[in-house]
Ligand binder design. Sequence first.
Ligand SMILES: Nc1ncnc2c1ncn2[C@@H]1O[C@H](COP(=O)(O)OP(=O)(O)OP(=O)(O)O)[C@@H](O)[C@H]1O
Ligand SMILES: O=P(O)(O)OC[C@H]1O[C@H](OP(=O)(O)OP(=O)(O)O)[C@H](O)[C@@H]1O
Ligand SMILES: [Mg+2]
Length: 283
Amino acid sequence: MSSLKIAIQKSGRLNEKSVELLKNCGLTFENYKSSLISSVSNFPLEILFLRDDDIPEYVQDGIADLGIVGENVISETGVNVHFLQRLGFGKCTLKIAIPNESELVQINDLEGRAIATSYPNILKKYLSDNQINATIRTISGSVEISPGLGLSDAICDIVSTGGTLKSNGLKPFADVMSSEAILIGKNGIEKEEAVKELMQRIQSVLKAKETKYVVLNVKRENLQIIVDLLPGVKSPTVVPLAEEGWVAVHTAIQERDFWEKINKLKAAGAQGIVVMPIEKIIM
Ligand SMILES: Nc1ncnc2c1ncn2[C@@H]1O[C@H](COP(=O)(O)OP(=O)(O)OP(=O)(O)O)[C@@H](O)[C@H]1O
Ligand SMILES: O=P(O)(O)OC[C@H]1O[C@H](OP(=O)(O)OP(=O)(O)O)[C@H](O)[C@@H]1O
Ligand SMILES: [Mg+2]
């Protein structure tokens, strides 16, 4: 069987999580920083380590079959690729930001102003959708320093914690797009058996990540309240404890419901609650 090729970021914000995801899918490969291509020994896949800006076009042109890249970069390059899976990491927002002391109040106030960005195409579309004429100054990095240097009145760049804006005396002004890492494929690749297999593995890893395994002890008389709170993947496993009248309940709960459920479980008499990560969930 000929190998598929997947392009991931060589270094930077998405590299570590992309490698971790592929390893969690059971793929075995060398991850030397110096090698730009690595073969997976137990799956028909080669990994190309690239600058993230190049990944969408490599996938569109079929040089790579698959890629992991930020939605922002896909939009900026305007490629025609297939979105296979949102991956839940690399979450950020592309925002317009202005100096703290700026007199701009609403987005229409950007009319006639200069905005520095590494995302000229996304910004151009945003401005045109909002019928604003502004000058776009394209720079490739360290965008946040440009208002301080007198190069622009505003910036359009990626924000996550907001720390970089703050330390450069800027404040958020408008949200342009939200983004996360996406698995993309060249058109038609989703029909390949190996891609289906890889997608199934990725989905089971993602599903496991958002779920926790919970074990707790409860008096049998309170069991029904606990079972009602914990539907589990199918239904909870209930096993008797050595101590008469007590049972252990094993189940899975969604990470997002975690604290709310844990407090309700404690209120319902649950004791010795142990919460564990899950590696994979195969449905
Ligand atoms: N602060 C952040 N928090 C979360 N995700 C981010 C953050 N900054 C960037 N990202 C996401 O990670 C992607 C890669 O960011 P990074 O800063 O590593 O890009 P880069 O410097 O252009 O890398 P390359 O050297 O590959 O061209 C971005 O396109 C975006 O999707
Ligand atoms: O809101 P924050 O959490 O501060 O993150 C935002 C910063 O993160 C990204 O840069 P990165 O640190 O990846 O460096 P780079 O621009 O050199 O790629 C982005 O370009 C912002 O500058
Ligand atoms: Mg880049």
